[in-house]
Design a protein around this ligand. Structure first.
Ligand code: GDP
Length: 445
């Protein structure tokens, strides 16, 4: 799913790679490309407009971040806006205070309602619920049997009108099912209603009557994602005709474009609660906007790195570090310790250090220090007097011995550290006199 959009966005982002700063022109060009990508993905026009306006505004207003390069900043913004457009936080089921919780499914014929009923029943059952499936689709000759098959596969009982009693009244069945559930300790009731091939008044009236008879806790509008813009139109029609609390999107596995998923929330104001991604009962889960967005961007790892980098590099810290590195004051052992601690904090994402001015080289220096080593280095530096830290040249033999004793290390450790520090200091001086900081990919020196 979402392959088309993924591919297009990846191309957009790669054209930003290597840019030092985003000019107004860059932002406009990027916005234009994203716009095309969304239109190609069959996203509704008002949604596209809003999305692009947000991206532009945020890209322009973005503070110059030292933790992320421009391409990454744009990826971050697009990711956040995608999450937003997909509904923000994951929408969970609202259970009734007094069971049973009544969930009613509505939608067109072929949308995948009956299949979804089975999936939902199985999913709920796995979470220690005791669901009951209800066959209130008495229009289609096969519907009851189909739901019974689903129930069997899901291991969930099905409430249906007795066979041989004529067609039966779906409203009575629905009402009776809630009573039945209460008596038999089913805490959730899932009502499968009839669909039509197209939206019509009779379909809406029946759904509305069932709704009024059982006052569901959740009405789910079930819609086939593969029909794209039609899904959005049908969603609007059902909203006006029956109303619903959330959307269940089916057949996402066959939807390369993603237009329905990206439009429906914005157009209807109702969140997507469930995603169905195949014919098997297991192909089903809550719809997680954040996971969906990173799937669209197809950059799960990059996004995780960006998040971590942001969390770790508090803006202040970054600024402080950058100004230490750039300042004319000499680099002291205190700075050295601070940088090593920062590297440790970064852990496995130490690689991102390449983004900071001068940190690329610094990292190589510090990378030779493993974690235990780092504790020892920290202990050594902390055993020094402020004067020694500011000017390690004064550290002679007797001071070395004192520091080693104070930190529980060997004189050799102290000497090794001081040597390493002088190397780092020398390197920094060279970098500064060379005018600029290498080691910042994609940034001009
Ligand atoms: P209903 O008329 O709304 O009850 O729709 P059904 O549950 O009978 O589903 C219609 C068809 O879509 C069936 O062939 C299902 O197997 C198929 N189907 C339902 N959900 C999915 C899905 O998520 N992915 C795929 N590929 N097929 C699905």
């Amino acid at each position: 799913m979402f392959e088309t959009l993924s591919d297009r966005l990846t191309t957009v982002f790669s054209s930003l790679r290597g840019k030092g700063r985003l000019s107004e022109e860059d932002i406009n060009a990027t916005a234009r490309e994203i716009r095309l990508a969304l239109l190609e993905a069959d996203v509704a026009l008002p949604v596209v407009r809003e999305f692009i306006a947000q991206i532009k505004e945020r890209a322009r207003g973005e503070e110059v971040s030292k933790a992320l390069n421009p391409a990454q900043q744009v990826i971050r913004i697009v990711n956040e806006e995608l999450v937003e457009i997909l509904g923000g936080a994951t929408r969970e089921i609202r259970y009734a205070k007094n069971p049973p919780t009544v969930i009613m499914l509505a939608g067109l014929q072929g949308a995948g309602k009956t299949t979804l009923a089975g999936k939902l029943a199985k999913w709920l059952g796995a979470q220690r619920n005791t669901p009951l499936l209800v066959a209130a689709d008495l229009q289609r000759p096969n519907a009851v049997t189909q739901l019974q098959v689903m129930g069997q596969r899901a291991g969930v009982p099905v409430f249906a009108p007795e066979p041989g009693n004529g067609v039966g009244d779906p409203i009575e069945v629905a009402r009776g099912s809630v009573e039945h559930a209460r008596r038999n300790n089913h805490n959730v009731v899932i009502i499968d209603t009839a669909g039509r091939l197209g939206v019509d008044a009779e379909l809406m009236r029946q759904a509305a009557d069932i709704r009024d008879a059982v006052t569901p806790d959740e009405i789910l509008f079930v819609v086939d994602a593969m029909i794209g813009q039609d899904a959005v139109n049908t969603a609007q029609a059902f909203l006006d005709g029956v109303g619903y609390d959330a959307v269940a999107l089916t057949k996402l596995d066959g939807d390369a474009r993603g237009g329905a998923a990206l439009s429906i929330r914005h157009i209807t104001g109702r969140p997507i609660m469930f995603a169905s991604t195949g014919e098997k009962l297991e192909d089903f889960d809550l719809f997680h906007p954040d996971r969906m967005a990173s799937r669209i961007l197809d950059m799960g790892d990059v996004l995780t790195l960006i998040e971590q980098a942001q969390r770790t590099f508090e803006q202040e810290e970054v600024e402080k570090m950058a100004s230490t590195l750039a300042s004319d004051d000499d680099f002291t052992l205190d700075d050295f310790l601070e940088q090593m601690m920062m590297v440790r904090k970064l852990g496995p994402i130490g690689n991102l250090l390449g983004m900071m001015p001068g940190m690329g080289q610094m990292r190589d220096q510090i990378n030779n220090v493993d974690d235990k080593d780092l504790d020892r280095v920290a202990a050594v530096i902390r055993s020094m007097t402020p004067a020694e830290r500011a000017n390690p040249k004064i550290i002679n033999g007797s001071r070395r011995l004192r520091i080693a004793n104070g930190s529980g290390t060997q004189v050799g450790d102290v000497s090794g550290l001081v040597t390493r520090f002088f190397d780092a200091q020398k390197m920094l001086r060279q970098m500064k006199s060379g005018g600029g900081f290498p080691g910042m990919p994609g940034m001009p020196g």
